[in-house]
Design a protein around this ligand. Structure first.
Ligand code: SF4
Length: 681
């Protein structure tokens, strides 16, 4: 039964799925979460919640939850006491550090964990182990955002706020599928449409929003730079640019303008497959509106040209003065609940908390003084390079917290080989993941319902995560586990509370300078929050850019790394479904009932030509691996494209994807590679 209302405790907290950052109340009875109810004071979503927030919390009690530490003995993972497991990890880490040096160890931090835990993890690797080898899954999603927007504007985060969306005049949505991947953001966009906003959708796949758009551009996958340059060429040809903004607020315009001359509409139309008149219409709608907002996600970033794609969008916003004011801006929709926060906290090989660079001597001295140690002056290894480093024995041990790279990283067979080559692998997770199955020691972490801390959403809002129940079984909050390891390695982490960790973050991180748990309360604060009396920041770059002047960057079009050819004639594109979140929701039975299996999408023309029927199982192969999957036939995808999600363990899409990565940020090209389809005899 659901109990009588007066027996139920309600705990406001932040959703553990996507980066929209919805709040809701966990309903707790007798120490158990029995349901979720809306909380009207939730700052982002009010009463609204998507299917994942509403029904996905049964994952807390899934039978796949880890409830006790495990140690590999004679090849098998067997239950162990905490002391034995932690002592073993500390001893092994110390041995490897002494024999091979600190840089033979690396860690993956987690966008599922709190800011405080990410802070502790990077401090553990830097101050206790002595290496900058720390990274996390932002590397495989929005690292090009962090890198690209930092070059253009000086800070790599969304410029505006979600509360502006219902009153937007123009929305330019490129490489994003909000109604499925960020559903509450999608709802806000539909509210804007109902009030008369114009919507431009750019995507090779005809997503749901395309159907309610004023203009849908179906570009060939991976041609975003050409398309955006083409739109800017048309804007300049028609005099629709904002001359005053360009001269007062930006630099680099002359060189940029020369580059744009190479992208006249006929050339761009040939490259992208988008008709010239649609390019002109997109330029007109975006540039002639009083204000226009750009939204994008992984369709922009997960390319070998990811950082270029992001800087192109920054160019477009600056060209038309659509930045630094409400209802405008460049707005990456960050993927996971706390991927913004993991970046903010310095779970990156080149950044201390707050994007303070490890190669900057002054910054390093500040952290050396605060932490009382000598720190490595060189950048660490980025996530995609860790697997090759393991194979070459440069890396000997890894500490993976709350990530499952064997399933989520491109070219999964290469990842598996890398992890197999390690001398020692520690996985800390709430579920028995595919990566955990390979570990020497498995440490059971606590879910978001079982701990206190903060998450930072895609509009830079830092919000409270409030403990509702005790950890399941013998599990422990991830921050406590990290602290226990630090203590055992001779560098005590002696915090009396999670709040004290945030106090340390604030003292060292100007962006979070005025943040305290008490101030966050039920509404949170949007960074930068430089001081305790600062109200937070809804719109970035209002008077000047973080870097001073905005920088126009000349970007040249480049094809995807691997295009379809005779042998692999289809282009594989990947993305998400509404009812699932990465591989995480495999652990929710409720959500499993919505879309229980992979259904790879192909176009009716291709299905007809290959003689494939709706629901038929086929073999898909790329140069790197092969799998079997069911097919669905739909004109959502154009001819020549296959679309798959990566939600299902039994259809591991990433054995197919390409491990080639963006030259700046090393983000994999998940959005384009060549595959072949064959019937199963
Ligand atoms: Fe959770 Fe995102 Fe759904 Fe909101 S939109 S309930 S944050 S998954």
């Amino acid at each position: 039964g659901r109990g009588r209302p007066w027996e139920i405790k309600k705990v406001q907290t932040t959703c553990p799925y996507c980066g929209t950052g919805c709040n809701f109340d966990l309903n707790v009875k007798n120490g158990k979460v029995i349901g979720v109810t809306s909380n009207l004071s939730a700052p982002v979503n009010g009463r609204a919640l998507c299917v994942k927030g509403r029904f996905g919390m049964d994952m807390i009690y899934n039978s796949n939850r880890l409830a006790t530490p495990l140690i590999r003995k004679d090849g098998v993972l067997v239950p162990a006491e905490w002391d034995e497991a932690l002592n073993l990890v500390a001893t092994k880490f110390r041995e490897i550090k002494e024999t091979h040096g600190a840089n033979a160890l690396a860690a993956l931090s987690s966008a599922h964990c709190t800011n405080e835990e990410n802070y502790l993890m990077q401090k553990f690797m830097r101050a206790v182990i002595g290496t900058n080898n720390i990274d996390h899954c932002a590397r495989v999603c929005h690292a090009p955002t962090v890198a690209g927007l930092a070059v253009s504007f000086g800070s790599g985060a969304a410029t505006n706020s979600f509360e502006e969306i219902p009153d937007a005049q123009v929305m330019f949505v490129i490489g994003a599928n909000p109604t499925e991947a960020h559903p509450v953001v999608g709802t806000k966009m539909k509210q804007a449409l109902a009030k008369g906003a114009k919507l431009i959708v750019v995507d090779p796949r005809q997503i749901e929003l395309a159907e309610c758009s004023d203009l849908y551009l179906r570009l060939r996958a991976g041609t975003d730079v050409a398309l955006i340059n083409g739109i800017m060429n048309i804007i300049l040809a028609n005099g629709w640019e904002d001359r005053k903004f360009i001269s007062e607020r930006t630099e680099g315009f002359a060189e940029f303008q020369d580059n744009i001359k190479n992208y006249p509409p006929d050339v761009v139309s040939r490259i992208t497959g988008v008709p010239e008149e649609q390019l002109v219409e997109a330029a007109r709608i975006y540039a002639t509106a009083d204000r226009a907002m750009i939204f994008y996600t992984l369709g922009i970033t997960e390319h070998t040209t990811g950082t270029d794609n992001v800087m192109s969008l920054a160019n477009l916003a600056m060209l038309t003065g659509n930045i630094g004011k409400k209802y405008s801006g460049v707005n990456p929709l960050r993927g996971q609940n706390n991927v913004q926060g993991s970046c903010d906290m310095g779970a990156l090989p080149g950044d201390y908390p707050g994007y303070q660079k490890v190669i900057n001597t002054e910054v390093r001295k500040k952290f050396e003084k605060a932490w009382g140690v000598t720190l490595d002056p060189d950048m660490g290894i980025m996530l995609p390079d860790m697997f090759a480093a393991a194979i070459s024995k440069k890396l000997r041990a890894m500490y993976v917290m709350g990530e499952d790279p064997v399933v989520t990283d491109a070219d999964a067979n290469h990842v598996r080989k890398g992890l197999e080559s390690l001398d020692f692998l520690v996985v800390q997770d709430i579920f028995m993941s595919e990566t955990a199955k390979m570990a020497d020691v498995v440490l059971p972490g606590a879910s978001f319902a079982e701990k206190t801390g903060t998450f930072t959403n895609a509009e830079r809002r830092i919000q409270m995560v409030n403990k509702a129940i005790e950890p399941i079984g013998n599990a422990k909050a991830d921050g406590e586990i990290i602290s226990e390891l630090a203590n055992r390695m001779g560098y005590p982490f002696s915090y009396d509370s999670v709040e004290e960790v945030m106090e340390e973050v604030a003292s060292l991180t100007p962006l979070y300078g005025g943040v305290t748990h008490q101030r966050l309360g039920t509404q949170g604060l949007q960074w930068p929050v430089p001081s305790v009396d600062h109200p937070g920041s809804k719109v970035l770059h209002q008077e000047s850019f973080t870097r001073g002047k905005g920088l126009f960057v000349s970007v040249a079009f480049q094809e995807a790394n691997e295009l379809p050819d005779e042998e692999y004639p289809f282009l594989l594109n990947t993305g998400r479904k509404l009812s699932h979140y990465n591989v995480f929701t495999q652990n929710s039975e409720a959500l499993g009932t919505y879309s229980p299996e992979e259904l790879a999408e192909i176009n009716p023309q291709d299905a007809c030509r290959l003689g494939i029927k709706e629901g038929e199982r086929v073999k898909l192969a790329s140069r790197r691996g092969a799998l079997e999957t069911k097919i669905t036939i739909t004109d959502r995808v154009p001819e020549g494209m296959v679309f798959m999600t990566f939600h299902y363990m039994d259809t591991p899409t990433n054995v197919l994807t390409n491990g080639a990565s963006d030259k700046v940020s090393k983000t994999y090209e998940y959005k384009a590679c060549g595959v072949q389809i064959s019937k199963i005899a």
